[in-house]
Design a protein. Structure first.
Length: 292
């Protein structure tokens, strides 16, 4: 995973070759989001919440290796807050000098403290979303007893677990949790090995409550390891249809299903897998459901 350190800055500075899609979701800085930062180093965490007082679900967003600042996913964070959610973003590592063995403990400590801070604004719904190493941490957190049981988990481009060593007891994840694993067809950093491992290591979760989706590349849309990054539009980069018709949509749908006490089998398959259309009317390649 140390490959992250060498390429994240480059990716932030890259402007994509263009997106040609219908109904893009625009980032709107200043629409009404409160930002808080607490703690230091590997115990630091951010809280993002709607400025309007209310009672909201909490999404714990767990970053990938070395993406220790929220800006790497800020457009997605803003989307979640705009949709009426509180987002907790734990920094589980102090750049690259924190042993990976401490990542889950660091995240658990920060998330527990953050949940106590937002307890009067939290409606009790809890979702975990993790990218790359963050996917491993999200699953580990769900298997433990030091934070409340999540209603749903989204693990994106998860890895590298070193053959499963970095996973804790995934059988400890509650059986009524909704679990969605997503991988990209151009991910040459972690590939799909851990995605398959997750699905096969959670037999306690019924088949209608878990799903493995493959995101497929099309034209200038490249479903690689870094495609879930969603740097804010004020930087002009890294937000495209793989985000709003792929990763963001899937998390939104999972949260809707959990809220309605439905399973993933109840999802509208066309809406779930569809990726919109190009400007010339041709459909973008749909996601695939992977058998495991």
């Amino acid at each position: 995973m140390k490959i992250w350190a060498g390429i994240l800055l480059l990716m932030v500075l890259m402007v994509p070759s263009g997106t040609a899609l219908n109904n893009p979701v625009l980032d709107e800085p200043g629409y009404g989001m409160i930002t808080e930062s607490h703690g230091e180093g590997s115990q630091r965490y951010w809280i993002f919440k709607p400025s309007k007082p209310g009672s909201y679900p909490v999404v714990v967003f767990i970053h990938g290796w070395a993406a220790t600042e929220p800006l790497f996913y800020m457009a997605w964070i803003r989307h979640l807050v705009r949709e009426g959610n509180i987002v907790i973003y734990p920094r589980y590592q102090n750049l690259l000098d924190t042993t990976s063995d401490a990542f889950t403990d660091n995240a658990a400590s920060a998330v527990g403290e953050a949940l106590r801070r937002v307890r009067k604004e939290w409606n009790g719904e809890l979702f975990l979303a993790g990218h790359s190493a963050g996917g491993i941490i999200a699953l580990n957190l769900a298997s433990r007893q030091d934070i409340p049981d999540p209603d749903g988990i989204l693990a994106l481009q998860t890895g590298d677990s070193e053959g499963g060593r970095k996973f804790e007891n995934l059988r400890g994840i509650p059986q009524d949790t909704l679990l969605v694993v997503m991988a990209g067809d151009r991910d040459n950093i972690t590939g799909t090995a851990d995605s398959y491992r997750i699905m096969r290591s959670t037999p306690q979760i019924p088949g209608d409550r878990k799903l493995f989706l493959l995101v497929r590349s099309d034209r200038n849309l490249v479903a690689d390891h870094l495609s879930p990054l969603a740097v804010s539009d004020e930087f002009g980069v890294l937000v495209d249809n793989l985000d709003y018709s792929g990763y963001w949509k899937v998390l939104d749908m999972m949260m809707e299903l959990a809220r309605e006490n439905k399973t993933l089998a109840d999802a509208d398959t066309g809406r779930l897998l569809g990726m919109g259309s190009w400007g010339d009317g041709r459909p973008v390649r749909r996601m695939e459901i992977v058998e495991y």
